[in-house]
Design a protein around this ligand. Structure first.
Ligand code: GRF
Length: 203
């Protein structure tokens, strides 16, 4: 089976990237990481990628916090395309995707989010869950479209909220679940066990 070519995007610690890279190295997923991109040069995910000798791309500094300038996003999309990316994996990428990425990779971008969507979209979903006093939350892998955290759900994993949970303890358990869920979904996409959307602008 031809390995699925992945471009991974992140802004932060990169623990989901590490889980994915390790699963690929252990040959649990027929995929290869062709580019790891960070929206800022300091993103730790890039250091993890360099340690693994994977191709790395850091976006030039952006004046915005929640999105990239169109020309910066254009260059990012072009770099992903040049690397031959077939699936874009958002692994802790904290900016809203705009036209250059959505047009270039429509229907081929997935994201991992730390809640059971549609509950608690947006930032710090584990804090939202604690505040709402739910007894169960979790994580979701979903297709990405122009609605933030709004694309079709692919698969979810549940995490129980325990008495005495703090934001940190709950987040840690959700991340533990993420590190299993994301590699599983990428494996099932790579092996066609999960269908790919026909319509590039999946709901
Ligand atoms: C994860 O909790 C993910 O759900 C969210 O951002 C976090 C990234 O963590 N989108 P890491 O950078 O993979 O450690």
């Amino acid at each position: 089976m031809k390995p699925l070519r992945l471009g991974v995007l992140g802004s932060g610690q990169g623990s989901n990237f590490v889980a994915l890279a390790e699963a690929i190295r252990s040959e649990l997923i027929p995929a290869e990481i062709v580019l790891v991109a960070g929206d800022q040069a300091e993103a730790k995910i890039l250091a993890h990628a360099r340690e693994r000798k994977l191709p790395v791309y850091a976006c030039p500094k952006s004046a915005f916090r929640t999105k990239l300038e169109p020309e910066i996003e254009e260059e990012l999309a072009g770099t992903l395309a040049k690397a031959g990316t077939e699936l874009v994996v958002l692994a802790g990428y904290l900016r809203v995707l705009k036209k250059p990425l959505l047009d270039g990779f429509g229907g081929r971008i997935i994201n991992i989010h730390p809640s059971l969507l549609p509950s608690f979209p947006g930032l710090k979903a584990w804090e939202q869950a604690l505040k709402a006093r739910v007894t169960q939350t979790g994580c979701t892998v979903h297709w990405v479209n122009e609605t933030v955290d709004g694309g079709a759900v692919i698969r979810q994993a549940k995490v129980n909220v325990q008495p005495g949970d703090t934001a940190e303890s709950l987040h840690a358990r959700i991340q533990h679940a993420e590190h299993r869920l994301l590699p599983e979904v990428v494996r099932d996409l790579a092996t066609q066990r999960i269908p790919w959307p026909k319509d590039p602008r999946i709901s």
